[in-house]
Design a protein around this ligand. Structure first.
Ligand code: ZN
Length: 279
């Protein structure tokens, strides 16, 4: 039935309540949001944390509190934690939370870039190697985030070194300034660089969100939606909730004659080795 996985990225590092008051920021808001997104069809939640002021943080305590709240809500959803860092990021706190929580998945940024013309999003060779080894050790599946074609080749290098394990799961991120623009041509180009056995998902930031989503479905990929990537649901219309995005993605999948993957199906597709039992 061609199952497609929906990942929801409810918060991210940057969107603020000022940009959209519906962005979930506190652990409770994030957990409530993930609950609603799960009901709407999300199989994976990709989580970033904020401090009391809404500033991105790698606080392990925040990650732990949020995952605990999600687990207590009783839903079965794959936990995918960000390792990309906050303003307090160090090579150590970008991976210590995944050692204690042991999520099923975590993001793995496949290179350094100039982020949104604002600062350097640093992923040194040492860090990429250390993070890959932490994930291997803890049986956490990396979600290899690709912002630019060179990053596909970085990932290939770490695959050869045994720091990443095949089949790799890629997340193609299009439209982050400093990376590749969100066009269907770029999506196709990146997709064709991936190893045959890889699984992949993609999304466009901002107004290219829908064309990239439709092209991703046509090309056999999985979807990611949420306010990390878009605070607008449509031109000039702020998103009411993350579940609104998930609901639309699920309707498009079904409308295309495909099936929204359950968390169990997503685990099988991605070859996840275990369930996150953090409590
Ligand atoms: Zn993220």
């Amino acid at each position: 039935m061609d199952p497609r996985i929906i990942t929801v990225a409810p918060t991210g590092a940057w969107p603020t309540k000022k940009e959209n008051p519906n962005v979930p920021i506190t652990p409770q808001e994030i957990a409530d949001d993930v609950f609603a997104c799960h009901r709407a069809g999300a199989a994976i939640c990709h989580l970033h944390m904020r401090d009391d002021y809404g500033i991105p943080t790698m606080s392990a305590a925040r990650f732990e509190e949020t995952v605990r709240l999600i687990k207590r809500s009783g839903i079965d959803i794959i936990i995918n934690l960000s390792t990309s860092g906050g303003l307090d990021a160090t090579d150590e706190n970008r991976q210590s939370h995944i050692r204690t929580i042991r999520p099923e998945m975590a993001s793995y940024n496949a290179g350094t870039m100039n982020w949104m013309h604002r600062f350097v999003f640093l992923n040194t060779p040492d860090f990429m190697e250390a993070l890959g080894r932490t994930m291997l050790e803890c049986a956490i599946k990396p979600e290899v985030e690709i912002f630019d074609a060179g990053m596909v080749y970085n990932a290939e290098h770490y695959l050869k070194q045994g720091v990443l394990k095949a089949p790799v799961h890629y997340q193609l991120v299009l439209g982050a300034a400093g990376g590749m623009k969100a066009t269907v041509d770029n999506l196709l180009f990146l997709k064709n660089l991936l190893p045959e056995e890889a699984t992949w998902s993609a999304f466009g930031i901002g107004r290219a969100h829908l064309p990239i989503m439709l092209a991703t479905l046509a090309l056999g990929g999985h979807l990611r939606v949420g306010m990390e990537d878009n605070v607008y649901f449509a031109a000039g219309e702020l998103a009411e909730s993350n579940a609104q995005f998930v609901t639309r993605a699920a309707a498009l999948i079904e409308g295309a004659g495909m099936k929204v993957a359950t968390p169990a199906e997503a685990r099988e597709i991605l070859g996840l080795e275990r369930i996150c039992n953090f409590a």
